[in-house]
Design a protein around this ligand. Sequence first.
Ligand code: LAN
Length: 772
Amino acid sequence: MSVRKRGEAPKRANGAAAPAAKPVDERTDLTRWRLKDDRGCQTWHYLETAEELKQWPMTIADRYFLGLDTGLPKLPKAKTPLQACENGIEFYSQLQLEPGNWACEYGGPMFLLPGLIIALYVTDNRLSRPEEIEIIRYIFSMQNIGSKNGGDGGWGLHVEGDSSVFGTAMNYTTLRLLGVEAHDPRMEKARGCLHNLGGALYGPHWTKFWLSVLGVMEWDVVNPVPPELWLLPDWTPISPWRWWIHMRMVFLPMSFVWSKKWVYPKAKTDPVIRQLRQELYPTPADDIVWAHHRNSISVMDNYHPKSWVLNLINVFLVLIWIPFLRSASLIKRAEGWAWKLIQIEDANSDYADLAPVNSPMNFLCCFIAEGPDAVSVKRHRERLPEFLWLSGGGMMMNGTNGVQSWDTAFSIQAVYGAGLATKPKYRNMLIHALEFLEDQQFVDHCVGYTTSPTYSEPPVAETSAEAGYRHPRRGAWGFSNRLQGYVVSDCTAEALKAVVMLQTLQDPKDPSKTLFPAVFSEERQKWAVDIILTMQNASGGVSSYEPARGSEYLEFLNAAEVFGRIMVEYDYPECTTACVTTLSNFQHVYPDYRAAEIRKFITRAVQWIRTNQRSDGSWYGSWGICFTYAGMFALESLATQGETYANSERVQRACKFFLDRQNEDGGWGESYRSCETAEWCAHPDGSQVVNTAWVILALLEAHYPHKEPIARAIKLLMQRQQANGEWLQEGIEGVFNKSCMISYPNYKFIFPIKALGMYARRFEGVEMANGH
Ligand code: LAN
């Protein structure tokens, strides 16, 4: 990937000298882009020369991701659900990448690119020009224009959201930093929208943070982010190590930069920054009393208003703590410890970091602490592009550095669940996927863990400062890849489940043999189980990255305004089910390993699932939209205990919840508003393939006895399938923090494939090839 320092040719002195070509209308030649997947590290490359193009041909997957014609043939029309399932696999298998994983765009949030572009800008770095051109194109393609969300010209928190100050101020700024002119009609429209919302001053905390770094705002406008909190003894109930991992890992670098009050050194002279100071506010920036606007926030951004407790704390910090008590020595100690923790995070992930919010921030911290030429800065700069993803609509920033392990585990499970894993045709694909998972399991401990007082074998959930507060990780999987290195409970469980499924599959011709190579040793499967066993909360439920470490009362300190339920870990039916079903499968294979603990884990977890059901029969989903997603998982958990429609009032209620909401056409469609409001909201576009597949799977798990409603839903999946076996993209599928949506494009393959195959086995007498 070519890296150009700002100021180098072609000359674009920060917008002072306008670029020769109009950047807004530029686009690159999509046929020159290639996705490189190096053991799960994914980057997009633009090939400049004919020679390069010859050396590196385009793959079907490249073409698919870029929205170009894949040239894949029409398949014989599916007459049965099983044939539709196989046609789906036929298409989907073409998207498997060289190392054995699946990939996809993972966009949705509209606040990620701005952090990256601002961090690069203030450190005098640039992306390559083709990347910049495609980013500009993407941001414009996500603008609310025409019929999109009222067409007011702004951007929302996420791609489908209504315009907010966060979305609009940040994306407007990004476009300007990338060279788009203020008089571009789309920018004028965006400014109008921003001013109507009150201007950038009415943005949430993260807007104020980044714009202060850029020198477009002044630090007085930012509510305090004191790194001193990291000095609190670990036993205090509000210590940051107890917060949800994403919040503490964003708070960490943010507190370092806030404490330094660091500002882009050229802010005063850079014409674009001076212009932005005029463009982002309805009144001239020089007249603004910044300190008066710490709490200014537009209604469109105020999803989770700050609590009175937090407001009080902020008053104390601003009026008393900062001016009178925050001594120089304390500041030094706090910044020093925060810096140490930042270095641990960088070391543990080879500078990839947890997510695309903290990664650019850590990059900036390294720049501030060690200067532009430091190894840390260079390595960050090299790894940041792993968050970028190119689609037909331009270049976005993914919500993580990929979906590698997660989608690959689910893909294996889909083929297995469809009863087709023994088919010779799919063998290579599955072996490849299995090998990928093998390569991605974490086999090393975190920095400082083995020498910490909390080290234990098998591991326990305890953590300590010496371990960088990390949860033990050896044997686990993350959501993306091995280098990122963060344990996720359900990613570990779903990956292990896929491994156990394949490695125990009997050869149909000779049942004394297994069909797949034993890529995983028994020991490495047991490591994964050891990790899962550390994940359970006192409630019996399971959270995402760690068991809950703090009380829900910490939500009083939620300062982000735009998200809900972010301060601590919660119990999730999705994560809980993944662990229950995996442990239960594992126990069948290794009945003696930690047997009593596994049984206890499962019993308590399923009990939690039962208590988490709402009176209308549903479960609220936190990571997919929404009741359709969680219901599928919860019913799978209950099924492991033999609790089904025939014997459980609870399961009957759950089925009724879904059947009451089935559309005329046989499908289900659920809007992301369900996540925001915690009430069922029908999708405005009607039935969605992914929601429909989830409900089919839920009803199948429930052993719902009547074929008719499920058959109608299956028909919808078959009707929506294209001649080449694919399904087309519909509404967004995923969510986090209640308010932000994120896309899972492979779900439209994974879940219909699984649903069609399972249905065929259940209702159409298709023999189960899995040896069940
Ligand atoms: C993800 C993506 C995957 C997701 C599942 C595995 C599906 C879930 O079951 C557990 C939680 C997890 C791992 C998850 C947590 C939050 C993430 C990392 C994301 C939704 C992807 C993006 C999001 C992250 C917080 C985005 C950065 C934004 C901040 C507010 C810091």
